[in-house]
Design a protein around this ligand. Structure first.
Ligand SMILES: [Zn+2]
Length: 490
């Protein structure tokens, strides 16, 4: 009997929900009765997630909404969801982005400060020239912070940004309530403390500190990046800090700063954080091409898009965007193959499979994931300049699972990047760990009474539910997560 209690904290804990259609799509506002809507996703609940494990999930098209994890099927969707990421080390802010920062900084310090500071702390000519020629994002982002300012003179406003645990406070809720009601136009009876907590506080990610190769320390876990002006909380960036990325979950702000372009400033600050703290990548959340509100995300460049089938990253350049215009479902890897591309489709065996004893599972088209995530042989083409109707909307993904219905069998779904039933039948799930409702000990799946009698091909059986979760996460990650039945009733 295996009881790895000592290392239990290193596991992630998931409970399978299943593969289902969403009855309503907030992106195209079609309802299922309108025939065309189908938005299938696989869902699971996370009771605890290590940042390293969740990094692997986001690199396989997953995302979370509170403790609900989901992986959308891009093929069976009215609004296909694609994962994006931006390389912060290659990012150069566009003109409007630089202007937003400069305007905000000016608002904080004020004209008098600028004039008096120039007299009291004059910049050298070389410095003036450098600042004229180079826009250093990290320098400019931090410039208006109170502790960065030379004093005297005194700025008009005191500005600070702090990274705080993602716990609920009344102060944060007030900003959330104002944002949802005034900026989002949500009716007050739909806004609640409970909803705020469930969606944006107390994430299942564990919090830890990681030391990078250069010795710098990086925080990992879910955080609230809190923006305060004159001591008043005016904006909150909800962030998942993972080993290789700053993942933007949500950004909310008080209506009083609406004219200062808070969404843009938030994105730029997050990109600066990814760069200065060594996370490198910034994940702005899903990209839905047919949703105009999402276009703002791709104004930050260069951006890469995760291919749902080979799980590698492709530059989101003009050509890639043209594909999205032309085709509803875009598979970058297959297009490359069709054109006789060098890489073709990769079949990657993971080291855990190689090391495991017993019959080896057949190679699965899963997962290229993080290890092979370096940008492919892709042209370094500049994307078209910002679209004419520049919409500065910092709206983000809100997944309403509540309405999901219409269960289907993931292993018969032909969902991109998911092994088939036949492939799953080759996977050895015996050493999969489970945690029951009744005990704190972990048990191995092969000890379950039903294990030898049930067949994963029988949709609806416990074993088939477990196999769906393993398929959605990736069979190579067996050994990194525990199936957690403690939450079954909730
Ligand atoms: Zn839709």
């Amino acid at each position: 009997m295996q009881t790895p209690g000592a290392t239990a904290a290193r596991y992630s804990y998931l409970f399978p929900i299943g593969y289902s259609n969403s009855s309503e799509c907030g992106y195209c506002r079609q309802t299922r009765s309108g025939q065309s809507t189908k938005r299938y996703s696989y869902y699971a609940i996370a009771t605890s997630l290590t940042p390293a494990f969740y990094q692997k999930l986001v690199d396989r098209c997953w995302r979370r909404s509170g403790s609900l994890l989901y992986r959308p099927n891009q093929k069976h969707s009215c609004c296909p969801h694609y994962t994006l990421r931006l390389d912060s080390t290659q990012f150069h802010p566009a003109k409007d982005q630089r202007q937003a920062v400069n305007r905000f900084n000016r608002h904080i310090v004020g004209d008098t400060y600028v004039r008096d500071a120039a007299r009291l702390h004059p910049r050298s000519r070389a410095e003036v020239r450098r600042r004229h020629n180079v826009f250093d994002l990290i320098e400019r982002i931090h410039e208006p912070e109170a502790e960065m300012l030379k004093s005297p003179p005194s700025p008009d406003h005191v500005f600070s940004v702090t990274l705080e645990p993602d716990t609920f406070t009344e102060e944060k809720y007030e900003v959330f309530e104002n944002y949802q009601r005034k900026v989002h136009g949500e009716s007050p009876d739909r806004i609640s403390r409970q909803g705020f907590k469930r969606f944006l506080c107390g994430s299942p990610l564990t919090r830890e500190t990681m030391t990078g190769p250069d010795g710098t320390e990086r925080q990992l876990g879910s955080f609230h990046q809190c923006y305060r002006i004159d001591g008043k909380l005016v904006a909150v960036g909800v962030l998942d800090l993972l080993p290789d990325c700053v993942s933007a979950v949500y950004f909310l702000y008080h209506e009083s700063i609406h004219s200062l372009n808070p969404g843009k400033l938030g994105a730029l600050r997050e990109i600066a954080l990814a760069r200065e703290a060594g996370y490198r990548w910034w994940y702005p959340g899903y990209y839905v091409h047919n949703c105009a509100k999402m276009r703002y995300k791709i104004e930050y460049k260069p951006q890469y898009v995760l291919d749902p089938e080979d799980l590698r990253w492709y530059l989101l350049d003009k050509e890639a965007l043209a594909l999205f215009d032309k085709e509803h479902y875009v598979c970058f890897s297959r297009r490359q193959e069709d054109r006789g591309g060098a890489t073709g489709r990769q079949v990657v065996m993971n080291s855990t499979d190689a090391e495991s004893s017993g019959p080896r599972p057949a190679p699965l088209p899963l997962p290229a994931g993080a290890q092979t995530a370096s940008p492919d042989p892709i042209k370094n083409q500049e994307m078209s300049e910002a679209s004419a109707a520049e919409e500065d909307d910092e709206d983000d993904d809100e997944e309403d699972y509540g309405e999901a219905e219409e269960d289907a069998f993931l292993l018969a779904s032909n969902m991109p990047g998911i092994p088939s039933l036949q492939e799953m039948q080759q996977v050895d799930m015996n050493r999969l760990l489970l945690r029951s409702d009744f005990s704190n000990n972990l048990i191995v799946a092969s000890h379950l009474v039903i294990w030898d009698t049930e067949d994963i091909a029988n949709f609806g059986t416990l074993k088939s539910r477990i196999a769906e979760l393993v398929a959605a996460v990736g069979p190579d990650l067996i050994g990194e997560f525990v199936i957690d039945f403690r939450k079954r009733s909730s």
